[in-house]
Design a protein around this ligand. Structure first.
Ligand SMILES: [Zn+2]
Length: 261
């Protein structure tokens, strides 16, 4: 127990806590990234579904318009047939002239309606092809979304589980902490970039800012009699116990227990 209150014991505790905190942060970022990817894939699917719905609506509107013009076309055709019957009864040149103008107008109308129907049919054809293309894309997007969300969903659940485990482990470590030290650690954690309070001394340099430290500082750290801070980034310098140096890796692996026994 005495050792856990020594400088080395304190630093190794802080380092252990920090390693867990950094790992939790990393896992949290992974969860955010995975959720972001799922969200992006989801919005691709949504966007395609919206485009398909809009194209179908457009197709329907065109069909309504086509039916309407078709009715008008039939009416014009009927008027043309009736007009022909009326032609024989006309005697007066003025009536004949009026009749000819009317027939010309009707024929123009008929041409115009026929052209418009053709134009609508072409557009409907294009729209159907467009919808088929969208539907094929949607199928692909949906299956990649399903794959991604099951894969990333597993990943997210795994990360949550690891965070949960780590927070329990962290509680155990916290209990071993002198309260003042925990306060100091939490305060410093907020003021340092990446939440790093403790930096290992690796080959005479600070792990966090990578600056080489003067031999006098290195000697002081090696004495392990008081907390020595990095001259450049003010982090606490920590020299892990022999045999564990380099093993307590920051990212990806679990914390090594570097407490002296
Ligand atoms: Zn430094």
């Amino acid at each position: 127990m005495a050792d856990s209150h020594s400088v080395q014991g304190t630093l190794s505790l802080v380092y252990r806590l920090q390693t867990m905190d950094v790992e939790v942060l990393r896992l949290t970022l992974e969860i955010q990234e995975a959720s972001g990817l799922i969200g992006t894939a989801r919005s691709e699917v949504d966007s395609l579904e919206r485009q398909i719905a809009a194209s179908r609506k457009e197709l329907e509107d065109l069909e309504t318009r086509r039916v309407q013009i078709d009715l008008e076309l039939r009416e014009t055709e009927r008027l043309l047939v009736e007009g022909k019957k009326r032609q024989k009864e006309l005697k007066h040149p003025r009536d004949i002239q009026a009749y000819l103008s009317e027939m010309e107008f009707r024929r123009d109308e008929k041409d115009r309606f026929e052209e418009e129907i053709l134009h609508i049919l072409e557009n409907q054809d294009l729209l159907r092809k467009k919808i088929t293309g969208f539907e094929e894309m949607l199928d692909r997007e949906k299956s990649s979304f399903d794959l991604l969300s099951s894969e990333k969903g597993d990943q997210i659940r795994d990360r949550h589980r690891r965070i949960e485990e780590m927070s329990q482990e962290r509680n155990d470590v916290e209990r071993a902490f002198p309260e003042d030290l925990l306060k100091t650690y939490n305060r410093l954690r907020g003021s340092h970039r990446n939440g790093m309070v403790v930096a290992r001394l690796l080959e005479g340099a600070c792990e966090a800012c990578r600056m080489s430290l003067p031999p006098r500082t290195v000697t002081e750290v090696k004495k392990r009699q008081k907390i020595v801070t990095c001259l450049f980034c003010q982090r606490w310098l920590y020299l892990p116990d022999r045999g564990t140096e380099g093993e307590a890796v920051f990212q990806g692996t679990r914390t090594q227990d570097t407490r002296q026994t």
